[in-house]
Write a protein that binds this ligand. Structure first.
Ligand code: NDP
Length: 335
């Protein structure tokens, strides 16, 4: 397992996967969408064991150079953004997620690269109509009930389209592995991922989609309806690299959900532990808007017990994220 290819290497999670893989002694090639992004990423990882390669687009890009000399793939690249205006579910989310995954997997097969880890999402899992608020424990056999037609109909909110894109991309990967028995596939399904930013960003407006609601709290805005399940980014990256290195995960979905907590709980921690921020923080509502609602549980035993990645506790994860956002803000300015 000498050199691995990580797609989406300049993203929030992809860059942490690169870091963990380098730390584990692997040689890493990271794919990004432009030469400028490649140069920026090389500044983050000056190591001789890292190189960045351009694959211009997940669906139509040419992977020939990217797979040269590679023995395994971690496919991370997928659109993750919550649009504030109009968006095209098919073009902006479904196609790059599903066809992008298939394109990477086909190119891997062509290059003789059989060991593959694909980043899916906790969003691909909740099979109960109450989704993350069902009083149940979900496992690897559970799948989100939304389908392609629902996602392109324009009836689903953007976040639902996003999680549908993740479910369908993951299922496309499993179908591909079934049709090509030489492919040894593992998927990783993380909860909402929080933590320090190490990837190149130019302004605080470009904070990744999952850390953005914490930055909103620091700027006075409380968003009450974020998916209330969490995990930390370093642990999530570690799960990817360890899953790649563990044959026992071949053919499995590896869930990584540290726990459940409402946005109110995140905000209370920040008020309590960083009182000096009080004047800029969103005020704590009188009551938790999620009070009384169950938060679903997930069987994360493969990640936690088999791979030995416990994940950060909620308070540490929230405070590390807050402190890092403040560091970045100092560096980049508030806008
Ligand atoms: P980021 O937006 O930070 O990273 C996404 C990466 O994918 C970037 O490198 C981006 O490239 C690339 N990408 C997006 N669209 C395309 C495309 N059409 N063609 C090629 N590359 C593309 O998000 P995260 O790091 O948070 O997400 C990474 C992965 O983790 C995704 O698969 C996401 O679904 C999954 N995930 C994330 C969670 C989270 O809470 N953060 C939770 C569960 C799963 P560029 O910089 O050029 O846009």
């Amino acid at each position: 397992m000498s050199r691995i290819l990580v797609t989406g290497a300049n993203g929030f999670l992809g860059s942490h996967i690169v870091k963990q893989a380098l730390g584990a002694g692997l040689t890493v090639r990271g794919s990004v969408r432009s030469a400028e992004k490649a140069a920026e990423l090389k500044k983050v990882f000056p190591s001789n064991n890292f190189e960045a390669v351009v694959v211009a687009d997940a669906v139509t890009g040419d992977y020939t150079e990217a797979f040269k000399g590679v023995s395994s793939l971690i496919h991370v690249a997928s659109p993750f953004f919550i649009p504030d205006g109009a968006f095209d579910p098919k073009k902006d989310m479904l196609e790059p997620a599903i066809d992008g995954t298939l394109s990477a997997l086909r190119a891997a097969k062509k290059a003789g690269v059989n060991r593959i880890v694909v980043t899916s999402s906790v969003g691909a899992i909740p099979s109960n109509p109450d989704l993350l608020h069902a009083d149940t424990t979900y496992g690897a056999d559970d799948w989100l009930p939304f389908n392609y037609d629902m996602a392109v109909s324009g009836q689903l909110p953007p976040f639902a389209v996003y999680i549908t894109s993740k479910k369908l991309a993951e299922q496309a990967a499993w179908d591909f592995a079934k049709e090509n028995p030489e492919i040894k596939l593992t998927t990783v399904c993380p909860a909402v991922v929080y933590g320090p930013t190490i990837h190149p960003i130019k302004s605080m407006k470009a904070i990744n989609a999952s850390n953005a609601p914490i930055y909103a709290l620091l700027n006075g805005t409380f968003i009450p309806d974020i998916a209330p399940v969490y995990c930390d980014v370093v642990g999530t990256a570690d799960v990817h690299v360890k899953a790649l290195q563990s044959d026992s995960t071949i053919g499995k979905r590896v869930l990584f959900i540290k726990g459940g907590a409402s946005p109110y709980e995140f905000l209370s921690i920040i008020h309590k532990k960083r009182p000096e921020l009080a004047s800029r923080l969103a005020p704590l509502p009188a009551e938790d808007p999620m009070k009384g609602k169950p938060i679903s549980r997930f069987d994360s035993s493969i990640a936690k017990e088999e791979l030995g990645v416990p994940g950060l506790e909620l308070e540490d994860m929230v405070l590390q994220t807050v402190d890092d956002l403040l560091r970045l803000e100092k560096e980049l300015g508030a806008n």
